[in-house]
Design a protein. Structure first.
Ligand code: NAI
Length: 462
């Protein structure tokens, strides 16, 4: 039986990064993955392919509607969807191969199959043909990620009532697409198909979109996305959806059923724990189906750890990566830490939505006194030159100490701009620190500086 210091189950961003770091730290590491391609949901059917399609569809939309404003006259712009999808697949292929290369370079042994706990310090790898390879290890790390959740009454159908996985590969543009759920997935993929020509209706149970984001920024985002053609129905509870002979039918509580061509179900994700045989080692799930862990990612079973989407917290690739690193660093060195107050989130609509730290609602609910500064991209020179002036930067700082508590952005490249706020918060910066930091001109980042000045009522360009 092969023995390893650490067996990582799952080669998504949490698992493969943990494996790489553990190998750097000198452990003999194995990584068990059921898919032939490494990288997990993020790489194969999540973050990366969606970003590829977001970029392509945005270029298509720009070519159709945006170039004339720059004085560029292009002939008839047409869509070659097959080529667009092939480009996306090519990017995914390259990156998954890259991860296989990284694991090889790190000396990590890869096993293809389903990882299953088989007693203390034991993992069985069950191959697609049913063959079992027994392994032993000092430490086992579960990083099996999550799968699209669905709702009671929804009958998934590979053609008509789909999850994000299928919606990344539809071979034709739906006439009318209904998206259930106005979270990151619903808005990103809703934007893709809207830009490519679909009529898109987003149904959301809550009275707002993007429930995890700052409400003011989410409201601004809704206005901008509605202008782009996404139609929102808020406060509606979907109770069923199914394929029909020529499309799909959606049932909504208290409303007439809705007919459309395709449905995207984007109502969250659920942890992947089935088949791990957690009960073998006495690991019980919490009421949301997640694996409970302590501050060092230790489960109820000695020597078994868990990170990423299978444990509580936001289901984000970078959160999983940081947990993977912290977990194995703690195993090897006795130290390892994730600062959950500074985990950014980004929604890749156009413009992007990004945030870190507390939302304004959270500060109000907690009774924390704060000051707020905001600055619009409309007043920024580079944003004007780019032709992307929608949105703003909003900074929330403690009223008495001026420490930055939250930064929320709707605007061009918000996902890159938020990095400055994350670093500032990681170093415990005040809004004054940001305001006194030299920002190059002309850049979008000047909006961050101006918002910091605005906290003290002294923004200069508005
Ligand atoms: P989500 O939890 O962010 O949003 C789901 C939405 O569906 C919520 O607004 C919820 O109120 C709504 N909903 C639930 N039941 C409903 C019903 N019966 N009728 C109508 N609406 C209903 O989930 P989403 O967008 O599926 O994303 C899953 C996870 O993946 C999230 O944790 C998200 O942060 C992550 N993700 C992150 C991305 C990024 O970082 N750019 C991109 C895509 C996903």
């Amino acid at each position: 039986m092969q023995h390893h210091d650490l067996i990582v189950i799952g080669a998504g961003p949490g698992g493969y990064v943990a494996a790489l770091r553990a190998a750097q730290l000198g452990l003999n590491v194995a990584c068990v993955e059921k898919e032939s391609r490494l990288g997990g949901t993020c790489l194969r059917v999540g973050c990366i392919p969606s970003k590829a399609l977001l970029e392509s569809s945005e270029l298509y939309s720009e070519a159709r509607h945006g170039l004339a404003g720059h004085g560029i006259v292009a002939g008839a712009v047409t869509l070659d969807l097959a080529a667009m999808l092939a480009r996306k697949d090519g990017i995914v292929d390259q990156l998954t191969r890259g991860i296989a290369g990284l694991l090889k370079k790190g000396g990590i042994t890869r096993y293809e199959g389903l990882g299953r706990l088989a007693g203390a310090g034991r993992v069985d790898v069950v191959a697609a043909d049913g063959g079992v390879t027994p392994l032993s290890a000092v430490h086992v790390l579960i990083a099996t990620g999550s799968t699209s959740a669905t709702l009671p009454g929804i009958e998934l159908d590979p053609e008509r009532v789909c999850t994000s996985t299928e919606a990344l590969a539809w071979p034709s543009v739906p006439g009318h697409l209904v998206v259930i759920g106005a979270g990151a997935i619903g808005l990103e993929l809703g934007s893709v198909w809207c830009r490519l020509g679909a009529k898109v209706t987003v149904l959301e149970y809550l009275e707002r979109i993007l429930p995890a984001n700052d409400a003011e920024i989410a409201k601004d985002a809704q206005r901008v996305l509605a202008k782009q053609g996404l139609s929102f129905k808020l406060g509606v509870k979907v109770t069923g959806a199914r394929a029909t002979s020529d499309g799909a039918l959606i049932e909504i509580e208290g409303h007439e059923p809705l007919r459309c061509d395709r449905v995207l179900v984007a109502v969250g994700r659920r942890p992947n724990t089935a088949g791990l045989a957690l009960e073998q080692l006495g690991i019980a799930l919490d009421p949301k189906g997640r694996i409970p862990v302590d501050a060092h990612y230790r489960t109820q079973a000695s020597g078994v750890y868990a990170i990423g989407d299978v444990i509580p917290g936001p289901m984000l690739a970078h959160k999983a990566e940081d947990e993977g690193v912290a977990c194995v660093e703690h195993i090897v060195t006795g130290y390892g830490h994730v600062n959950y107050d500074t985990i950014p989130n980004i929604v890749y609509t156009h413009p992007e939505v990004a945030g870190v730290g507390k939302t304004e609602e959270e500060l109000v609910a907690a009774g924390v006194p704060y000051r707020k500064g905001a600055f619009p991209f409309l007043a920024n020179g580079l944003a004007k030159a780019l032709g992307s002036t929608q949105g703003k930067v909003k900074i929330l700082a403690h009223r008495d100490t001026d420490r930055i508590l939250g930064v929320h952005i709707l605007g061009p490249r918000a996902g890159d701009l938020i990095a400055e706020a994350v670093v500032a918060m990681e170093f415990g910066a005040s809004s004054e620190d940001l305001a006194r930091t030299c920002h190059a001109h002309p850049t979008l980042a000047e909006c961050v500086k101006e918002a910091a000045l605005a906290v003290d009522g002294r923004a200069l360009h508005i």
